[in-house]
Design a protein around this ligand. Structure first.
Ligand code: ADP
Ligand code: MG
Length: 249
């Protein structure tokens, strides 16, 4: 049994079957990549996993408990946390304030901007936020306004906001999208480091094959809303169906 078990999940948007009978099992302490062409349903699947979308049918179990019908913050409290395709940070707040919000949310529920006030002066919480920023190499930028950060730094900040919630399963939707090569390399190194230090299970959606092949233990290829093949990186690299459907050969 995986830490995450998705069984028979279907999701339609009007006439479009975005997910069709998706079965997926993610083993604890692995990095599981979900790849596939644009429109394959990858983000829709992630949205189902974090409670942003309710599937039409099927089940999603995390560590033996159903996540379906729970609010996103309840799912976060269960131990699933996500890094979005477009970084979702509070642009007008400082880096430090952004990390304080999930510190508070972990204890008391929803992500709210005014939630930082009660914790801003709690030493235990600010120390936790500082340690987190140090881990992602952002402590020197703690007092910069988030909107002024580079794309790579915004991503690092978002990872800090995710990790400070101490998830057991971290979901990443195209964590290197739009990044320059050097930032992509840094992100790969950071994710490897997080994994070694924290032993978190990761599900990662990624277009960049270099990222996928340098991080993933297992790969699921999604095509038109349905898993096409699953295997180790070596199996995926050489699978004729994948080469045809995805690598365009
Ligand atoms: P991917 O992330 O693999 O590129 P998505 O999960 O974003 O794909 O989208 C899968 C399909 O569902 C696409 O055809 C997309 O246009 C459609 N879709 C996604 N979200 C919605 C929505 N909220 N309403 C209608 N169609 C959607
Ligand atoms: Mg997507």
């Amino acid at each position: 049994m995986g830490i995450l078990e998705v069984k028979g999940v279907n999701k339609r948007f009007g006439g479009l079957q975005a997910l069709g009978d998706v079965n997926l099992s993610i083993a604890e302490n692995t990095v599981h990549a979900i790849i596939g062409p644009n429109g394959a349903g990858k983000s829709t699947l992630l949205n189902v996993l974090v409670g942003k979308l309710i599937p039409d049918s099927g089940s999603v179990m995390f560590d033996g408990q159903s996540v379906l019908g729970r609010k996103p913050f309840e799912i976060a409290q269960m131990g699933i946390s996500r890094v979005f395709q477009t970084p979702e940070i509070f642009s007008d707040l400082t880096v430090m304030e952004n990390v304080l919000i999930p510190c508070f949310a972990k204890r008391d529920g929803a992500f709210r901007m005014h939630a930082i006030e009660p914790v801003r002066h709690e030493r235990a919480i600010t120390a936790q936020a500082e340690a987190m920023l140090e881990e992602v190499n952002m402590l020197s930028k703690a007092h910069e306004i988030a909107s002024s950060l580079s794309r790579g730094d915004k991503r690092r900040l978002e990872m800090a906001m995710c990790l400070v919630q101490e998830p057991r399963l971290m979901l990443l939707d195209e964590p290197t999208a739009g990044m320059a090569r050097a930032d992509t390399e840094n992100t790969i190194a950071l994710l490897k480091d997080i994994r070694t230090k924290r032993g978190i299970t990761m599900a990662i959606i990624e277009h960049d094959m270099q990222v996928v092949f340098s991080l993933a233990d297992r790969i699921t290829v999604l095509a038109q809303g349905t898993p096409l093949v699953e295997g180790s990186p070596d199996q995926i690299k050489t699978d004729p169906k994948v080469r045809e459907a995805y690598l365009g050969e």
